[in-house]
Design a protein around this ligand. Structure first.
Ligand SMILES: Cc1cc2nc3c(=O)[nH]c(=O)nc-3n(C[C@H](O)[C@H](O)[C@H](O)COP(=O)(O)OP(=O)(O)OC[C@H]3O[C@@H](n4cnc5c(N)ncnc54)[C@H](O)[C@@H]3O)c2cc1C
Length: 354
């Protein structure tokens, strides 16, 4: 196996190069993703044991439910169906357990006690290291768009390499439409997303898990992570930003974005009103039309696989996506998910999976 990446494993231009990513089981009524997250967590934990490095923190994930929000209700139904542990908490119970959380407009909450946070960049680098340790090769180079048809004989790289393989997996996130402009130019939309880490004085224990869980505020289009490894409270707005070029554009947060993030921080953690900004990240979502993954064979090449469309929620599923692709390449037709097909990907944006 040869892994190729022009910017390096876990690089800061990639979506997976962020500090941390939530792994939660709740996906509303979307059972396929709940099931996938359920399968993925033990696989991440296995990798963590293998390399003996903290890649996952069981912070718990708390869904803050607004009165008129059906999404957490659907999450609870799906979790119950798949026998995934969760608790329903009244606002008074949330206040008792987490007095530092502001509950304005919240009417109840759902806690996934076994979910939490993956250390994304480190996890990607660990996967690369383990691949090499197991006999694979890693090259820092850029694969050029393939040409020809039916069967790909080789790929060329920017540094002049020619690489032949049995199968070619293009898991290139928001670069997929650049590599396959005709096929995917209007099917994967890259949007600019901002993340802010806020300082908590002296690593205040009230803002470290388990005193503070990761939380998701679906209706407010925002989420937050406790202070993990001293990085500060992470806040992000989960609304699609403007179109973004992952190669060339500046990765500085805007003053409007920072102000909105701080307003949200103060709404949910009012004691952090004056918290200093500790770090920021500008990353990109690689969105399909509705948020479903794209995992399919290239229509013109029998040995080329298109893998991506994480759409702001893909990281947690990495090990399951890997197994799914391996099964497709091995010729298995068991468990094929029609929603991942290229045929279902439209040009217009209509986000339905979160
Ligand atoms: C701010 C933010 C928050 C998120 N939060 C979560 C979350 O909490 N939970 C969650 O599960 N998901 C989350 N996501 C989504 C998740 O991070 C992505 O879906 C996932 O990381 C995508 O992985 P990927 O490997 O498909 O793409 P990427 O990680 O972008 O990797 C693509 C790689 O392709 C490489 N590449 C580019 N061109 C070439 C070429 N020519 N040849 C070879 N390689 C090439 C790039 O260098 C890059 O490393 C979030 C995303 C963002 C931006």
């Amino acid at each position: 196996m040869v892994l190729i990446d022009p910017y390096g494993s876990g690089n800061s231009r990639s979506s997976s190069g962020g500090e941390s990513r939530i792994i939660r089981m709740g996906y509303g009524a979307d059972e396929i993703y709940t099931h996938s997250a359920q399968q993925a967590l033990p696989l991440w934990q296995e990798l963590m044991r293998q390399i003996n490095e903290p890649l996952f923190y069981e912070t718990g994930v708390l869904w803050l439910a607004h009165e008129d929000d059906p999404y957490p209700v659907k999450c609870a139904e799906t979790l119950k169906k798949l026998a995934i542990p969760f608790e329903k908490l009244s606002t008074s119970e949330v206040s008792r357990r987490y007095p530092q959380i502001g509950l304005e407009q919240i009417s109840w909450a759902l806690l996934e006690p076994n979910s939490g946070v993956l250390m994304a960049r480190r996890a990607v680098q660990a996967v690369t290291r383990e691949t090499v340790r197991n006999g694979g090769e890693y090259l820092q180079d850029a694969v050029r768009s393939p040409c020809g048809n039916r069967q790909l004989d080789h790929v060329d790289t920017a540094d002049g390499r020619r690489i032949s393989a049995g199968n070619y997996v293009f898991a290139c996130g928001s670069w997929l439409p650049k590599i396959f402009p005709e096929l995917l130019g209007d099917k994967v939309h890259t949007t600019r997303q901002e993340v802010v880490f806020f300082e908590t004085a002296d690593n205040d224990p009230r803002f470290v898990a388990p005193s503070l869980p990761t939380w998701v505020d679906f209706k407010d289009e925002a989420y937050g992570l406790p202070n993990i490894e001293g990085r500060g409270i992470k806040i992000a707005i989960d609304r699609h930003g403007p179109p973004f070029d992952p190669d060339t554009e500046m990765r500085e947060v805007t003053s409007e974005g920072l102000a909105e993030t701080r307003r949200y921080l103060v709404r949910r953690l009012p004691d952090l009103e004056n918290a200093a900004v500790k770090a920021t990240e500008v990353c990109q979502y690689e969105n399909t039309s509705n948020g479903d993954f794209l995992i399919d064979r290239h229509p013109e090449f029998a040995d080329v696989w298109l893998v991506g469309g994480g759409s702001g929620h893909g990281f947690k599923h990495g090990p399951v996506v890997g197994k799914y692709v391996a099964a497709r390449i091995a010729g298995s037709s068991e468990g094929i998910e029609p929603r991942f097909s290229l045929a279902t990907k439209a040009a217009e944006q209509n986000r339905a999976v979160y």
